[in-house]
Every structure is written in C-alpha cells, then in structure tokens.
Design a protein around this ligand. Structure first.
Ligand code: KIV
Length: 282
C-alpha cells in the first residue's frame, strides 16, 4: 500500500459526513499493528480486552495502566499513521477527575494515542468534560460495558427494550454536549444505534451495533479465529489462524523428533579448514 497521510479526528468526521465507513480493529502488539496499518485499517483500538485475549484473564478488569501503556506504545510503533485509541483500564478514571486526566495524559504523551476511550453512562459525564477541557479527545464506550460486567450480571446486549434504548439515546446526547469526540456502541440493537448515529455529529463506532453506525470494530483475535471458545453473536470469523498456528507448531515438534530440523541449510558454516583443527577439551 502507498504511504498514507496520518488519520486524525478530522478524517473521521469527514468519513461520517461523506458516509464512508470507518474501519477499526483492536491490536495489542507491534507485528499485528504493522499488518493492520499495511491493510489500511483506519483506527486501531488497543483494548483492555488484552487482559482476556493476551493475558488469559476471565474479564477485562485485570488490565493495568502500565501494561496498557506498554502495549499501546508498541502498537503505535507498528502503526504510525492509524488513528490510535487507548483504552483506559478499570479504575483508571473512576476515582476522581485529576487521576483520570493524569492517566489519560499518559496514553497521549507516552503511548502516542490520538484519543482515549472510557466506558460509562451519564454518571461519568464530569470525567468526559474534564478530559475534553484538558485537551484530551475522549471516545465514550456505551451499551455493553465489559468493565461493568459484575453490575450487569454478565455480558448481555443492552438497549433491547424501549426504556433502556431511550436511555442510551439520551446518554449519547449528554456525552456529545460534554465534549466527547466519538462514541462506541457495544452490543446494542440496530434501531437505537441508528437513531444515535443520525442524531449526533460525532463518529459512532459499532461493536455489535448493526449496520447503520459510522464504523465497526471487533477484537482482532476473534475475527482471525485465534480465540478459543464461543464468540459474541456479532463476530464474523475471517480466518482460522488458531489451526494454522497449531499445525505449524506440531510440524516443528515432529521434525525435531524425527531429526529433520535443523537441516544443513539452517546451520552456520565454519571457515574452510577450521573444523579440522578442533579436538575435545583436554
Ligand atoms: O477492549 C476492547 O477490545 C473493546 C472492544 C470490544 C470495543 O472495548
């Protein structure tokens, strides 16, 4: 792919205006970020889902600030022109607005993000306002919020009845008025997602929010077929990387056992005549 210009918030706003879908994927490491950058993915989210798909925890709550900053900086090195979103982990923005600004500032200054993402409903509006006032662009993650899994009582779609869907629609407006730069809707039916998308000037990214949003994101391990176990309903698998990796690992082990690896072409050669001078240690 030809070198592209750096994607910015202005690019995303133009995409919405021109009705050109925004492509977004998660990434958690340098090589995956390079692949996504080369494939022309617009936005990369370094999600706190890393706690699950990279570290093997049962929820996202175990992601820490230092871990998120380290992997986000690695992704930036691999994807210099993508619009990079840093996911603020559990309790990194809840205690008070001062802590939220300091932690969000690390994503911007240390990891090279273009914006941060925080999960919440109207109860976090003061934090959104504080981050925006501190010149930190903030994407608000609404609908199913994995950091609130214990409060929700599981990973359930949100906004399925008129009352809760209307609350989402109203909360989206509250976030826009507070200065959010974009919205992310997870596991929300298409009807409220469409109303939110059409009634806000903010780019709206869906993660299981139907076809009417401005862009789409999923966890890269899920769409590649790297995740073991069941996937959310909204994920489509575009690869079967887990079985490809398994097959390569099995072949490697088999060839070692059969002494077929390493072969001559994998060995360093001594300079001519030098091997003959060697003898066992005396
Ligand atoms: O952490 C994450 O990967 C996310 C996406 C599922 C939207 O927040």
């Amino acid at each position: 792919m030809a070198q592209r210009d750096k994607l910015t918030l202005a690019t995303l706003r133009n995409r919405k205006k021109n009705k050109t879908p925004i492509t977004m994927l998660t990434a958690y490491d340098y090589p995956t970020a390079q692949i996504e950058e080369e494939a022309g993915i617009d936005c990369i989210l370094v999600g706190d889902s890393a706690a699950q798909v990279v570290l093997g925890h049962g929820s996202t709550l175990q992601a820490t600030m230092d871990f998120m900053i380290a992997i986000t900086a690695a992704v930036r090195r691999g994807a210099p022109t993508a619009f990079l979103v840093g996911d603020m982990p559990y309790l990194s923005f809840h205690v008070n607005t001062e802590e939220a600004i300091r932690n969000a500032g690390r994503f911007m200054a240390e990891a090279g993000c273009d914006c941060v993402k925080i999960e919440g409903d109207r109860r976090i509006v003061d934090t959104v306002r504080a981050l925006a006032s501190a010149t930190i662009p903030v994407m608000v993650h609404m609908g199913l919020r994995p950091q609130a899994v214990h409060q929700f009582g599981g990973y359930r779609a949100q906004g399925r009845d008129a009352g809760s869907a209307q609350r989402l629609i109203d909360d989206a407006k509250v976030m826009e008025d507070a200065g959010a730069c974009a919205l992310l809707l997870e596991a929300v039916p298409p009807e409220p997602a469409r109303i939110i998308t059409e009634s806000t000037g903010l780019p709206v990214i869906g993660c299981g929010a139907g076809p009417h949003v401005d862009g789409h994101v999923v966890v890269v391990h899920d769409m590649l077929g790297l995740t073991s176990g069941p996937l959310p309903k909204f994920v489509k698998r575009y690869g079967d990387i887990r079985s490809q990796v398994a097959s390569a690992v099995q072949s490697y082990a088999q060839e070692i056992l059969e002494r077929r690896y390493p072969a001559a072409e994998h060995c360093y050669q001594m300079e001519p005549g030098e091997a003959a001078k060697l003898h066992p240690a005396s």
